[in-house]
Design a protein around this ligand. Structure first.
Ligand code: GLN
Length: 454
């Protein structure tokens, strides 16, 4: 009730939610009954949760921020949603996002932008700005997000929250409306590292419905976070800092906060090691060929026949109906990427664009392999700037894309990354995050290190 009251009080200004559940209190009462009947429930039973609208739910609409799916009710729950329900969490509602998770500011939502609770004139990051803002504004203690190129970590950075993108295959993608299937991962958003770890324990692990789901037995992430909070895990930890990461392009306060965090790590016994990742800087370019290529294919199913919006064209052919529905149903950024993707995949250009991008992706993966032969984790600023003003970059796609310069390579390599708050930028008083990256399957290491530095 307290969270529903908070939503009622502030969401008119923040607009973190696209839909608020009308039966959250019934779910909560049912959990109380289960507990009273002696059922063993997990640590998060009874805890309210916000769910990014990219995840399909049977009891609330799932739009992925698009008009083409307005009012869409899924016949099944995403695996992660089924798991949070089984663990007794209480879904509060669905959160706002850039349309089909394309963006870094939530301004590409077809339902209007979310506002950053720190300063309502500023962006909450994207694409998962709704989940991050809901957590930062105390509308929800914890949330689910998805991260294809930074959509959990960059919103965490600009809202002073914690967000983790798991190892590719660590969390099921079943029922996560696909953006780019080789990059997408679902993950937690929270105010503390332990809270993210607890939620990750609930949603993670093998799912036979996702063909890319790993069959690993995962350690308890909550235990890792608790271990980190307790002790001296930073002693002797080798932290890699990327030599080639350009100093220019980073806001002064972001660089200063990053350096202060490194000093803190050193003071607690960590060793800062300069590493080389020469292909890191080509990540954004490769990503904006691979992502549109995969997205153009994934979005082909919104054809006005099987899902969502259908606009009548009197006397028109099926093709006319399809074209008109997609024209009205998709926003500009979605159209831009579909055009980019189909072009990159077309005969004659495939090798030059998509093929080259895949080669760059392999080189970035090798950079990470080489780095992790020398260090335990890599540290970078989570994003180049603090929250910018709404409208500031909306007409400049390239500037928008450059927000993800440090997060994108992590998705291309399939390795896990966490963003945790590292302080406030001196020049504007806005939150800044630090990103840690670990080798594939070492998500627990990120919770350990994150909780130790927190
Ligand atoms: N901002 C990036 C993009 O626009 C990342 C999006 C995401 O992670 N879903 O593609």
């Amino acid at each position: 009730q307290a969270h529903l009251d908070r939503i009622a009080a502030v969401d008119g200004d923040v607009h973190a939610f696209l839909h608020v559940s009308d039966h959250a209190l019934d779910v909560a009462a049912d959990i109380d009954r289960r507990r009273a009947a002696g059922e063993q429930l997990g640590d998060l039973a009874g805890v309210p949760l916000a769910i990014k609208d990219v995840l399909v739910t049977t009891d609330m609409p799932s739009t992925s921020g698009s008009k083409i799916l307005e009012g869409f009710l899924s016949p099944y729950d995403a695996t992660v949603v089924a798991r949070v329900r089984a663990a007794g969490l209480v879904p509060l509602g669905k959160t706002n996002m850039d349309e089909f998770a394309m963006g870094s500011s939530t301004e590409h939502s077809a339902y209007g932008p979310t506002h950053n609770p720190w300063d309502l004139d500023r962006i909450p990051g994207g694409s998962g700005g709704g989940s991050a803002a809901a957590v930062a504004a105390f509308e929800a203690p914890i949330a689910l997000g998805s991260d294809t190129g930074g959509s959990i970590r960059q919103p965490a950075h600009v809202t002073g929250t914690v967000g983790l993108k798991p190892t590719y295959g660590g969390v099921s993608r079943f029922g996560a409306i696909a953006l780019a299937s080789s990059l997408d991962q679902v993950g937690p958003v929270s105010r503390t590292v332990l809270d993210s770890a607890l939620l990750h324990d609930v949603i993670g692990g093998h799912d036979p419905h996702d063909s890319t789901s790993l069959t690993d037995a995962w350690p308890s992430f909550a235990a890792a976070a608790r271990e980190g909070a307790r002790g001296d895990v930073l002693k002797g930890l080798k932290v890699g800092v990327i030599r080639e990461l350009p100093d220019s392009g980073f806001q002064a306060g972001v660089s200063a906060s990053f350096r202060a965090s490194l000093a803190l790590l050193e003071a607690q016994g960590a060793e800062i090691v300069e590493i080389s990742a020469p292909h890191f800087e080509y990540g954004v370019a490769a990503y904006y060929l691979i992502l549109p290529a995969e997205a153009s294919s994934n979005l082909a199913k919104f054809d006005s026949v099987r899902f969502g919006l259908r606009v009548d064209v009197p006397g028109g052919t099926v093709e006319d109906v399809m074209a008109r529905s997609r024209d009205l149903g998709f926003g500009d950024e979605v159209k831009r990427r579909i055009i980019l993707g189909t072009y990159a995949l077309s005969a004659g250009y495939y090798d030059a664009y998509y093929g080259s991008a895949q080669k760059v992706r392999t080189l970035i993966q090798r950079d990470f392999d080489d780095a992790f032969a020398q260090v335990d984790v890599i540290a970078t600023p989570s994003a180049p700037t603090t929250a910018f003003r709404l409208g500031e970059k909306i007409d400049d796609p390239l500037q928008m894309y450059l927000n993800d310069i440090t997060t994108i390579p992590v998705n291309l390599a399939g390795v896990p990354g966490i963003s945790i708050p590292s302080g406030l930028a001196a020049e504007d008083g806005l939150p800044v995050g630090i990103q840690f990256v670990a080798p594939a399957r070492e998500d627990a290491r990120l919770y350990r290190v994150g909780a130790a530095l927190e």
